[in-house]
Design a binder for this molecule. Structure first.
Ligand SMILES: NC(=O)N[C@H]1NC(=O)NC1=O
Length: 174
């Protein structure tokens, strides 16, 4: 898909196409639509990153809270978004054995109790072992450091989702 095709989209089609590039946050594509015309994909990404970074801490934490737990309730009940389902499945989060599920449950719970938002990591860029290791490591951070660290992961997830959409056929997504 050429950038001029993206730039020609109506507001409604743009939001429909990019609604889940940041998990369950359609407000973000709605907000950055006003910056058209975009130079390229990197320009769209930069506007999204800037928008998220400009949010107050409570807004950043709100964005994090829109993410489902890895290997959590939605993963088990099949109620993840399509994007999250693909990502979690690629990282092996949908096929954990019972000991691994229990370990993820305990770590996710400890993390949420400590920070007040769920643990977020770009599942496509990490193996099952990396995820467990990062979850244990990042539990040692303070809240402000961890908020920024988690937001960095949101931008990585977003970047891969954007690429997935733009590099595939636009017609199938609308
Ligand atoms: N909690 C969390 O990291 N969720 C996610 N990560 C990812 O790559 N997709 C998600 O939904």
């Amino acid at each position: 898909m050429e950038i001029n095709v993206v730039n020609a989209l109506t507001y409604e089609d743009f939001v429909k196409l990019f609604c889940n590039v940041v998990e369950k946050c359609p407000l973000i594509p709605a907000a950055i639509w006003s910056y058209r015309p975009f130079k390229d994909l990197a320009d769209i990404e930069a506007h999204i990153r800037e928008f998220i970074h400009s949010l107050p801490d409570s807004g950043k934490e709100g964005v994090l809270r829109c993410h489902p737990d890895l290997a959590g309730r939605d993963t088990q009940s099949g109620t993840l978004t399509r994007e999250s389902q693909e990502e979690q499945s690629q990282a092996g989060m949908t096929t954990l054995d019972s000991a691994e599920s229990l370990q993820m449950y305990r770590l996710n719970t400890e993390y949420k109790e400590r920070f007040g938002f769920p643990f977020v990591i770009c599942a496509r860029l990490n193996s099952k072992a990396d995820i467990v290791c990062q979850l244990s490591e990042r539990l040692k951070n303070d809240r402000a450091t961890e908020r920024e660290r988690a937001i960095e992961e949101v931008t990585k997830i977003c970047s891969l989702r954007l690429r997935n959409i733009v590099l595939s056929d636009i017609q199938t997504k609308l």
